[in-house]
Design a protein around this ligand. Structure first.
Ligand SMILES: Nc1nc2c(c(=O)[nH]1)N[C@H]1C(S)=C(S)[C@@H](COP(=O)(O)O)O[C@H]1N2
Ligand SMILES: [Mo]
Length: 319
């Protein structure tokens, strides 16, 4: 008891003041109150170390998105302890254990390729590009389990508009952070790293495609892809790439980790489709974490508004 008290006192005393001050500024920035403050640098910004935005920082959300489902949200415990993040191990409980010390601050995301305004964004800049919304999405893993998560972010197209894609750009290639020293378990995962993914440009432009910074009111826990990831609710979960560091606009269809690893099992599109089975199991049903009975899987995971993106395509061939 006494020891605990001492530790608490000590830790609050050593919290550097600049961290506290920057965090307050960041929070008001997320609210949009000091949106103008990023235009010119203050003296404080010039003399202080870069601010740290770590997992578990409260995020202020402007609105709840109309895209949100009203279905029951999955427990925070399940969503943070039943993960796929192969960089930190292939067991569902591995990422929660092994990503604890993953360094996510400072962080930046480079946007390059066929764009008029290539740019590297700091996480702070990314957070202020558009108002943050809460989006409660269904998320369906190719392994036939699903979750409902109150994500926080904004439509990825807000970032695309910022960099001005050229007319030759037809696809978006995504790359995750990778470090063999921070992610030693990756050596046993049996896939290539860095983890890479891709979308057709019109898919990436769809307002449902979310650039995601948080969940359950806070910044992302490390195991869920801190500090920034994609969330694509009409596609199998593996398309929703975590811990993004590089985005490149390209002319040709980019490689993707799972398509390289098993092309007959994982296609480029990977839209949720209950009629097209995985070669080793059915995709007709799914188990929602926390439920006992399985439920039917819906076409596009129930996100019918994306159907027009695939009009005229044979979704059996383009799986
Ligand atoms: N970098 C990276 N991103 C990734 C993965 C991964 O192993 N590495 N796994 C994918 C898979 S298979 C799923 S189901 C989702 C899981 O997201 P969650 O753990 O937040 O539920 O992340 C996806 N993004
Ligand atoms: Mo998945």
């Amino acid at each position: 008891m006494l020891i605990k008290k001492v530790l608490e006192t000590a830790s609050s005393e050593i919290t550097p003041k600049w961290l506290y001050m920057n965090r307050r500024k960041f929070l008001s920035g997320a609210l949009g109150v000091t949106a103008g403050a990023i235009a010119g640098k203050t003296l404080q910004e010039l003399v202080l170390p870069p601010q740290q935005i770590l997992a578990g920082t409260k995020l202020s959300v402007a609105a709840k998105s109309p895209f949100s489902t009203t279905e029951a949200v999955t427990s925070y415990e399940d969503v943070t302890h039943y993960n796929n993040f192969y960089e930190f191990g292939t067991g569902k409980e591995d990422p929660a254990k092994n990503a604890t010390h993953f360094r996510t601050s400072p962080w930046s995301v480079k946007v390059s390729g066929l764009v008029d305004k290539p740019r590297t964004f700091s996480l702070e800049e990314l957070l202020q590009l558009a108002p943050l919304e809460e989006r409660v999405y269904r998320h369906r893993c190719v392994e036939a389990w699903s979750i409902v998560v109150p994500w926080i972010g904004y439509s990825f197209n807000a970032l695309l508009k910022e960099v001005a894609p050229q007319s030759k750009a037809k696809f978006v290639a995504f790359e995750s952070y990778y470090s063999s020293s921070q992610m030693p378990m990756a050596n046993y995962a049996g896939i290539q790293f860095p983890y890479i993914e891709g979308l057709r440009l019109d898919e990436a432009m769809h307002p449902l495609a979310l650039l995601c910074f948080g969940m359950y009111g806070e910044t992302l826990p490390n195991q869920d892809g801190a500090p920034v990831r994609m969330v694509l609710p009409w596609k199998y979960g593996f398309k929703s790439i975590k811990s993004l560091v590089h985005i490149k606009l390209v002319e040709k269809k980019p490689d993707t980790t799972w398509n390289l690893s098993a092309p007959n099992e994982y296609g480029f599109y990977s839209n949720v489709n209950p009629q097209v089975d995985h070669p080793r199991w059915s995709q007709a049903k799914e188990r929602r974490l926390g439920d006992f009975f399985r439920r039917s899987t819906l076409m596009f995971n129930g996100y019918d508004q994306v159907a027009s993106l695939y009009a005229g395509m044979d979704l059996r061939k383009n799986f």
